[in-house]
Design a protein. Structure first.
Lengths: 260, 260
DNA sequence: CGGGGAATTGAGAGGGATCAAAAAGGGTGG
DNA sequence: CCACCCTTTTTGATCCCTCTCAATTCCCCG
């Protein structure tokens, strides 16, 4: 329950995140209202809610979604540690999306005006916020390509690869779970793979498929030995084959990103 | 062919755009490299291209897209006058998208570093860039909901309504084409509806449907008298029915937006 | 008048959706 | 430690929305 100082934030130690100047950190620290730990299922933002706060996810997973009036739900994307939540709200006439925690999570809470303060006081940080938003849009772009043009099997493969990469980038340096799935007993963390706290229903809602078909597709690919998904952890047994199935080329390491 | 001064930009006269301070306009003006007029089909940005320039669309339509290696194409969204183009590029490890002109168009061209200059020199403008990017993301979010969860008929209705609204917001005040489709002869501009320079193939690629099925769906809805699409112009004959089909509630007028 | 890109149409195939149950798990109160 | 309840995972059968493939017909232009 103790609060973490921004300059001591464990996330910043990861190579995934870029360094920030002391003054930048001080400003963020001053804008931070509080730090909370909430249980899985908590709704951070309700669909259509106005004047929502801003969050930075420190630990855990969440997802953004939208629903049609008859209940059909589409998950827009998943949020992992380091993601800034709530910037898109209210900047639009279109109905806003909801955000719900997938796991227990720890978050920093900011007032909405912090957004403007960030830009005004420290243009560098303002620019980084723009970067984050643009980056998130590019994730949604990728997702849109999948749902619009990929077959069920390709969609599943794409989602597994992309989510795996994101989750893997958050592992402490030298971390566990070789991508080959071979348990590395000599390592500090022997758990293979990455956390994967989804439900098949979530995956289905994200992929625009029915639960039944998502399940059957998952099984088919798994039986070819391409991956293993158990106990909320995902291991890619054959990353190459999955990437080929998904028509994905990307190198490996994601670009370093800002952390507000 | 003559260049337009930012403070005399005809777009700014529209109620759709917010007012900018003189100093803001002066900065934008100084960052503007040139103004160009290019023909339909011109590729502003190639998929995967690095270090792309920045554009503001002054007139005409364009679209962003991504393709799979076997040629399947997904249109991510359409760009209309006032849209800022190219911000998302390079902010991502994921492959970038392409941007192509749908019609002859006129654009302002900026260097990519203008983005940073905007933030540094004028935080207000930086904040507005963030606003624009966040807004564009919310359009993609809506699109994703459509493709992931709406039926073909619902998707078509959604696209027609949303694009109509965007195009309508760009009509000169008191403009033409009553939404009812009744030609208003007393008005200055008697052309009904809004420009709609798409091809059925473009619509299909945007909706994640095949060309054949897009066409059949379009026909079915048209024969119910819900809209008319001829000579590159779209008229919504029964906006209420279309909105109901699309499960859209939105008020009417889009929120005022920045114009960089 | 010839040519090429759009728009139309129709027949047939198939990937996913639906619907319905049954089997697993996981907590929890007794 | 066990019975019970609720969520998630599995499976099977059947249906139908969309895709594919293949022509034609339009329409704009040189």
């Amino acid at each position: 329950m103790s609060t973490t100082a921004c300059n001591a934030c464990p996330l910043r130690a990861l190579p995934l995140f870029v360094e920030h100047e002391g003054a930048d950190l001080a400003l963020v620290q001053s804008l931070k209202r509080r730090e909370v730990t909430w249980p899985a299922g908590t709704a951070l933002i309700h669909e259509g809610q106005a004047d929502t706060p801003l969050f930075t996810l420190l630990q855990g997973w969440a997802f953004r979604y939208k629903t049609l009036s008859d209940g059909r739900r589409q998950i827009l994307n998943f949020l992992l540690a380091g993601d800034l939540i709530g910037v898109q709200q209210k900047m639009s006439d279109s109905a806003a999306h909801g955000v719900t925690l997938l796991t227990d999570a720890r978050l920093c809470v900011f007032d909405r005006d912090a957004l403007w303060a960030l830009h005004r006081e420290r243009p560098t940080l303002g620019f980084r916020v723009t970067w984050l938003v643009a980056h998130e849009e590019s994730l949604v772009d990728d997702h849109l390509l999948s749902i619009g043009r990929r077959s069920a099997e390709e969609r599943v493969a794409t989602a597994l690869v992309l989510l795996y990469k994101r989750a893997a980038a958050l592992r402490p340096a030298g971390g566990a779970g070789a991508a080959t799935g071979a348990p590395s007993d000599a390592e500090p963390d022997t758990t293979p793979g990455v956390p994967f706290p989804l439900t098949q229903q979530h995956l289905a809602d994200a992929l625009g498929l029915s639960l039944a078909h998502t399940h059957k597709t998952l099984r088919r690919i798994e039986q070819r030995g391409l991956f293993r998904w158990r106990d909320e952890r995902l291991v890619l047994l054959d990353p190459k084959a999955l990437a080929r199935l998904a028509d994905l080329y990307g190198d490996g390491k994601p670009a370093p990103r800002p952390l507000i």
